[in-house]
Design a protein around this ligand. Structure first.
Ligand SMILES: [Zn+2]
Length: 187
């Protein structure tokens, strides 16, 4: 990691590597998130191109640093503890996509993820029945695989691994906008 990232993170351990925007442009800035809260260092840093440098919804940055890097725009290094990373997945997309709110499960992540998995699985089966064309299912199937891994990791008490698996789901959800909007739109 670069010295700036090291400095901003106060040498915290990286919890998750996330891709929160589908954008192939090269970053020109690094945006710094709020303080992690449980010690020195920032909660996250995001690498963004000029088009996205004003910031992203759900990612309130505190400072912007000029920064060139070879990673893709939308790459986020997350330094928060696993529970906080899981909560941010819920806040940003998981609850919107599945209707499953962690608050209703007392913060028991294995239950939250099990329920989200159930909702996604039922929806996919329903879609398959309705369409019968077998198209556009790759993203959903990949997401179900990663969601299953997240469930299993959470059941074993490995929330870091669960957060990592959800990171893949986040990227897939990001890439399947129409599927998502169609499901969320009133019928
Ligand atoms: Zn961008």
């Amino acid at each position: 990691m670069s010295s700036l990232v090291q400095q901003l993170s106060a040498d915290r351990q990286l919890t998750a590597l996330r891709t929160v925007v589908q954008c192939k442009a090269k970053p020109t800035v690094l945006r710094e998130g709020p303080a992690a809260g449980d010690g020195p260092g920032t909660a996250w840093v995001a690498f963004l191109c000029p088009a996205h440098s004003e910031g992203l919804p759900g990612w309130p940055a505190t400072r912007t640093h000029a920064y060139q890097h070879k990673v893709s725009c939308g790459t986020v290094l997350d330094f928060r503890v696993a529970e906080q990373v899981l909560q941010s997945h819920a806040d940003l997309w998981l609850t919107a996509l599945t209707g499953v709110d962690p608050a209703a499960y007392g913060g028991v992540w294995s239950d939250v993820l099990d329920q989200a998995d159930r909702v996604l699985r039922e929806r996919l089966e329903q879609d398959a029945d309705e369409d019968g064309d077998g198209e556009d299912g790759d993203g959903e199937h990949s997401m179900l695989t990663m969601m299953w891994l997240a469930c299993r990791a959470a059941a074993e008490g490995d929330l870091m691994q669960a957060a990592s698996a959800l990171g893949y789901c986040e990227t897939i959800a990001e890439g399947m906008g129409p599927w998502r909007d169609a499901d969320l739109a009133p019928q």
